[in-house]
Design a binder for this molecule. Structure first.
Ligand SMILES: [Zn+2]
Length: 593
């Protein structure tokens, strides 16, 4: 069915336009080290011909199918059952299996067994954007180098390695010659979004996609200390073969930030440069909130690396950069993995100690800006006959381009309560929290307590949907009241290691809060209306009986001519003052105690 649909779409397009895949766009800056891609060549040379991937046998013109990745993992697991196992952790929207290949010297193939080893757990994740798939080929080659040639068997002394070959497996199989116009190979690539047209790398918090729901359950069980998320960036041609982001600001814990600043990032930069890579921070500088992979790992008190190899470098160079950066990261886990584990333990203890804290929920780039030298290329601005504007043509000449860089992410912080109370009618919210590994209790009996909460006013929705949701901005008024907790309501005690995730999802000001993502839009809607002929005598009686309302009404008529001239606005204002007006509109249903 799907196949037939593709044919119908693709064939007429090619016939009408005569567009055939052109020469791929090429970077003007490919160094001898990049061309040699020595570590990749060594890996291929040491592998049996039957163990080589499509990427290798096609000299990096192509990448294999999802089936190739699955059968590659299964074959390794069958040959090395004591050290490797394929674990299915869920299904995609199109019912493809989602798997991790777990590598453990101790045969620790359950999260419980893995924890007992005391080793750090590293998750190597690929194909969240399946057009950007060099990480898949590189991580499968690394698995082969650990198990078959045993070149990197030492990593398993320190680490348990989980390889997710392709996260967006449906997107990976939605292949075309015409995806990724800016990319220099592989020839045919998958599509950025899932079969439900969702971008998984915006879905970590709202968790709409079945793939993300499955991933969160897997993540909660294994709780990897370190996550590598492999991507390929486009944008301007530059010297860099790889740019990165490691959370040291933003949703990261102070402990995990210190670990990255003092141990991991300097080590990574130094070792990658020694191998001939040109590495730098991800550009443009941006805020990675928890909707993104590395922001999410940071909010979970762990660490992560966003890898962005460059789309204009040949596919072989992309795979080489993924291969080496994961290699150096696994070396780093041998050197500093114990310190990271300790940082995670300390951060969780700190978050879950039950002391009320103010945690950041939104950020802006701030502090005194300085100049970051971007390792770019000289370019000429060429006048375009087509657009009337100009476009850049890059030259094979390095150029340092000064760009503005901010030292800090200035946080907006909100005090955490001791507990949140979620009315049982909002069980969808409780379910999402549980998906994130938050412990949610159920009240056994009715009670009355002091609580505070919010009224959310002046909602403004985004005009266009974003990731299947209409996000909403609003102003916030704090309220305090007596709260009746009914048996069956959900209670989130903040004395738990996962408190910060609950806080971000439930505080309306959270940039990725559930209410901002538009999952609770009904709270803003007006549900009751009046007929003028019914309300007119009631309003007249109300003004007669209530001189205070009458005075305010008359003042408003004098002060606001537009209001005075609008019969509908006048009646509506009076309705809002009456006991018939809805008291619960805009009331945020989740309360803080
Ligand atoms: Zn990407």
């Amino acid at each position: 069915m799907r196949f037939a649909y593709l044919l119908v779409l693709a064939l007429p397009l090619m016939a009408q336009t005569g567009v055939v895949p052109p020469m791929p766009p090429q970077s003007k800056w490919v160094t001898p080290a990049m061309t040699a891609a020595q570590s990749l060549a060594e890996s291929t040379a040491k592998a049996n011909p039957t163990d080589r991937l499509t990427a290798e046998t096609s000299n990096y013109a192509d990448t294999g199918s999802y089936e190739e990745a699955l059968s590659f993992c299964k074959r390794l697991a069958a040959r090395f059952p004591a050290q490797a196992r394929v674990i299915e952790f869920g299904r995609t929207a199109e019912n493809r299996p989602l798997v991790i290949l777990a590598l453990s010297k101790d045969g620790a193939f359950t999260p419980e067994a893995a924890k007992r080893t005391g080793k750090n757990i590293v998750l190597l994740q690929n194909g969240i954007h399946p057009g950007e798939v060099g990480g898949k080929d590189a991580s499968l080659m690394l698995a082969r180098d650990i198990l078959v040639s045993k070149r990197f068997a030492k990593w398993l002394d320190q680490s348990i390695i989980l390889i997710l070959p392709v996260f967006n497996a449906d997107g990976h199989e939605n292949r075309s010659l015409y995806h990724r116009i800016n990319q220099n190979g592989p020839r045919e690539t998958g599509f950025r979004a899932t079969a439900q047209r969702l971008n998984l790398n915006r879905d970590y918090m709202k968790a709409d996609a079945p793939e993300m729901k499955a991933w969160l359950k897997m993540y909660n069980r294994w709780l990897p200390d370190f996550l590598v998320d492999n991507h390929v960036t486009d944008g301007q041609d530059a010297q860099y073969d790889v740019t990165i982001d490691v959370p040291v600001e933003g949703p990261v814990s102070p402990e995990a930030s210190e670990w990255a600043k003092h141990y991991y990032v300097p080590f990574l930069n130094q070792e990658m440069k020694a191998l001939g890579h040109i590495i730098g921070p991800y550009v443009p500088q941006m805020i990675f909130s928890p909707r993104y992979s590395q922001g999410y790992a940071a909010l979970r008190n762990r660490q992560a690396l966003l890898v962005e190899t460059h789309s204009l470098k040949p596919y072989r160079v992309q795979v080489w950069s993924h291969y080496d950066i994961m290699r150096i990261t696994l070396d780093a886990m041998g050197e500093f993995g114990k310190d990271l584990k300790q940082a995670v333990v300390n951060a969780e203890k700190n978050d879950g100690d039950g002391q009320q804290k103010a945690w950041p929920v939104d950020w802006k780039l701030g502090g005194e800006a300085y100049t970051h030298q971007f390792l770019g290329l000289k370019s000429d601005a060429i006048k375009s006959e087509l657009s009337g504007g100009t476009y850049a043509v890059y030259q094979a000449e390095p150029l340092e381009i000064p760009i503005k860089w901010y030292p800090h992410w200035e946080p907006v912080s909100v005090d955490a309560p001791l507990r949140y109370v979620i009315p049982q009618a909002w069980n969808s919210v409780a379910e999402t929290l549980r998906l994130h590994g938050v412990k949610v209790d159920v009240a056994a009996k009715d009670s009355t307590v002091e609580a505070n909460g919010y009224r959310l006013m002046n909602p403004k929705w985004s005009a266009a949907p974003f990731e299947g949701r209409h996000m909403v901005e609003f102003s916030v008024e704090a309220l305090s009241n007596k709260l009746r907790i009914a048996a069956g309501d959900f209670v989130v005690d903040m004395k738990q290691p996962n408190a910060r995730v609950a806080h971000h999802l439930l505080e309306p000001a959270g940039v990725d809060s559930l209410v901002k993502w538009g999952t609770m839009n009904a709270i803003f809607e007006r549900k009751e209306y009046f007929s003028a002929y019914v309300f007119e005598p009631i309003a007249a009686a109300m003004l007669q009986q209530n001189p205070e309302i009458k005075a305010r009404f008359e003042a408003k008529l004098k002060a606001e001519p537009a209001f005075a001239q609008s019969p509908a606005q006048r009646l509506n204002w009076l309705y809002e003052q009456s006991p018939y007006a809805e008291k619960t509109r805009g009331l945020y249903p989740i309360l803080r105690q």
